[in-house]
Design a protein around this ligand. Structure first.
Ligand SMILES: Nc1ncnc2c1ncn2[C@@H]1O[C@H](COP(=O)(O)OP(=O)(O)OP(=O)(O)O)[C@@H](O)[C@H]1O
Length: 292
C-alpha cells in the first residue's frame, strides 16, 4: 500500500546461512523501482482514504520552463529549502513541522506548472487532492493528510471552489462531503515525523475565509499574476531563441494595442500556434485581446 499501512502480512523464513537473501531482494527491488522513477514525478490522487499513483510517473517538468515574474521563483525555492533544512529547529521548539503556501492569481499564470516543476526540482512527488470530490469526508481527508507518501508535496487546487465563506458551494448539483472546519482540523492535525509541505492555489483569494489564511495553515502567500513585460520577453525568447529584435517589436506591439492583461498560458498558445514564425506571432498580437 502506498501509505505504508499493512494490508496483509506474509511471513517468509530462510536458513541462517541465507539470511541476507531477503534484504538483497528488497534492495534490488527498491533500486529497480527508484531507477524506473528517476527523473520522473509521481502524481498521487486520493482513492477513498488512500493515495494511489495516477497514471505512470511523468517526466519532471524543468523549473526553467516555468517563467514567473522576476525573483518569485527563487523566493519560493529559498523558503522551501530553508524549511526542509529546519527539521531540528521545529522539533526543539515543539512546533509542527509543516509549512503552507498559497499561490493566488488569474487562470493560466503557471501556478500548477510551477508546483509541478518545484516537485521535480526538489525530487519530490505530488499528492493532488480535490476537495470538491463527492465522496471525500472529513475523516477521509484527515486520514489522507496524515498518510502522505514520503517526499511528496500536497497540492490542494482551487481551494475557493470547495468552500466559500464557510458554507459549502453546491454548484453543478453536488457538494463536497468535506466541511470547512474538517479542512482546518486536517491542516492543523497533520502529525507527521516527516515534513509536510502544502500548496494551495486559487483564482479568488478574496473568497477565502481568513481562518484558512492563518499562519500555520498558510505561511507564505504569493501572487502569480498575468504576464509582466519581463515574463513576456522571457517567454518570447524561450520559443524563439536569439530573436531579440523581434522580441522588442512584440513588446512594442503589445504596448501600442494597450493590452494590459495577458496570461502566460495565452502567450504559450500564440507561440505554439506560430512555432517557427515569430513574425507571424507579432502580426497576431491583437488576437490576445480577445482570447481571454
Ligand atoms: N508562467 C508560465 N511559464 C510557463 N508556462 C506557463 C506559465 N503559465 C502558464 N503556462 C502554461 O499554460 C498552461 C496552464 O498553466 P497552469 O495550469 O500552470 O496555470 P494555473 O495558473 O495553474 O491555472 P489555473 O489557475 O486555471 O489552475 C500550461 O500548459 C503551462 O505550461
Amino acid at each position: 500500500m502506498t501509505n505504508g499501512t499493512p494490508f496483509e502480512t506474509v511471513t517468509l523464513t530462510t536458513l541462517y546461512r541465507d539470511r541476507y537473501l531477503f534484504q538483497e531482494l528488497l534492495d534490488e527491488a527498491k533500486n529497480i523501482a527508484l531507477k524506473a522513477n528517476e527523473g520522473k514525478t509521481v502524481i498521487y490522487t486520493s482513492w477513498g482514504s488512500e493515495w494511489r499513483p495516477f497514471g505512470l510517473p511523468r517526466k519532471k517538468r524543468l523549473i526553467e520552463s516555468v517563467i514567473l515574474d522576476e525573483g518569485i521563483k527563487s523566493k519560493i525555492i529559498v523558503d522551501v529549502q530553508d524549511f526542509l533544512r529546519s527539521g531540528n529547529w521545529y522539533f526543539k521548539r515543539g512546533i509542527p513541522y509543516r509549512r503552507g503556501y498559497l499561490l493566488y492569481g488569474p487562470p493560466g499564470s503557471g501556478k500548477t506548472s510551477f508546483i509541478q516543476s518545484l516537485a521535480g526540482y526538489l525530487d519530490y512527488n505530488i499528492c493532488i487532492l480535490n476537495l470538491s470530490e463527492n465522496n471525500l469526508t472529513d475523516d477521509r481527508l484527515n486520514h489522507l493528510m496524515n498518510n502522505i507518501p514520503e517526499r511528496s508535496l500536497l497540492l490542494l487546487e482551487d481551494i475557493d471552489a470547495a468552500f466559500n465563506k464557510r458554507s459549502q458551494t453546491s454548484e453543478k448539483g453536488f457538494s463536497s462531503g468535506v466541511t470547512f472546519s474538517g479542512l482546518l482540523n486536517a491542516l492543523d492535525g497533520v502529525a507527521s515525523a516527516e515534513e509536510c509541505i502544502t500548496f494551495m492555489t486559487t483564482n479568488h483569494p478574496e473568497k477565502l475565509d481568513p481562518a484558512l489564511l492563518r499562519p500555520g495553515r498558510v505561511d507564505f502567500k504569493v501572487l502569480i499574476d498575468n504576464a509582466s513585460p519581463y515574463q513576456i520577453q522571457q517567454m518570447f525568447l524561450k520559443f524563439y531563441e536569439n530573436e531579440t529584435e523581434k522580441c522588442e517589436l512584440f513588446l512594442k506591439r503589445i504596448q501600442e494595442l494597450n493590452i494590459t492583461k495577458i496570461s502566460t498560458a495565452q502567450l504559450q498558445g500564440l507561440f505554439v500556434y506560430n512555432k517557427r514564425d515569430p513574425a507571424n506571432a507579432i502580426k497576431m498580437v491583437a488576437t490576445l485581446k480577445h482570447s481571454l
